[in-house]
Design a protein. Structure first.
Length: 214
């Protein structure tokens, strides 16, 4: 009976150990390739200056689906690239002509970020990053306030501080929450340069996604 009791105890301990091993997070490894699909909110902080008529350049908030891709150079260091495009209503607020509508525009802001993961083996794994952003603006249109007839927004390059966290659901599936502050300050031309402005858009980009790790 005593031997049977010892055997039963050993089996219970072994079973508990196996369950513990199964429940332990896989963690992040060099060579991991991760694809994410989620949604982002783009929240411009707005500012800048407008020549001639004064006022403040303003872009509206927007939301969009987003794809992102990460590659782990080491368990602690990854490269992340985001792909999304958002539409924004743009205007000048408080100018000498009052509030001036400049229609809408699409922004395409690919951002490549180097991220540091201090706890790569943890299930709840935060990270810090610094990215390089290039934003192109396209698809200008919509309602314009007279005498505005044409608006051009130049491409812009800026840095993007980043913070976020991954939560490991299974060895392959993760939840991700991410925030970036993209320093975006494009030059704007109205009516072929009759009025020029610099728009300090500088948006916060807040996102949540489901990620799959290969």
């Amino acid at each position: 009976m005593r031997i049977a009791g010892y055997a039963a105890t050993a089996m219970l301990l072994l079973g508990a150990g196996m369950a513990s091993a199964q429940d332990a997070p896989r963690g992040k490894r060099a060579g991991d390739f991760v694809v994410g699909l989620g949604a982002i909110g783009v929240l411009p902080t707005n500012g800048g200056h407008v020549g001639g008529i004064g006022g403040t350049p303003t872009a509206s908030n927007s939301a969009s689906p987003q794809l992102d891709f990460s590659y782990f150079v080491t368990p602690n260091i990854s490269l992340n690239l985001i792909a999304a495009s958002t539409q924004h209503d743009v205007s000048v607020r408080g100018s000498a002509l009052g509030d001036v509508r400049l229609g809408h525009v699409w922004a395409l802001p690919p951002t490549l970020t180097v991220q540091y993961h201090p706890l790569p083996q943890a299930r709840f794994s935060p990270y810090l990053g610094l990215g390089l952003n290039v934003t192109w603006f396209y698809g200008e249109g919509g309602r314009l306030t007279a005498p505005v007839s044409r608006v051009r927004i130049d491409p812009t390059v800026g840095v993007a501080p980043n913070i976020g966290v991954d939560y490991e659901l299974t060895p392959n599936w993760l939840l991700n929450f991410d925030a970036k502050w993209i320093l975006m300050q494009p030059d704007v031309s109205v009516n072929s340069g009759i009025i020029r402005a610099r728009a300090d858009i500088n948006p916060f980009v807040i996102g949540a996604s489901v990620r799959y790790r290969f």
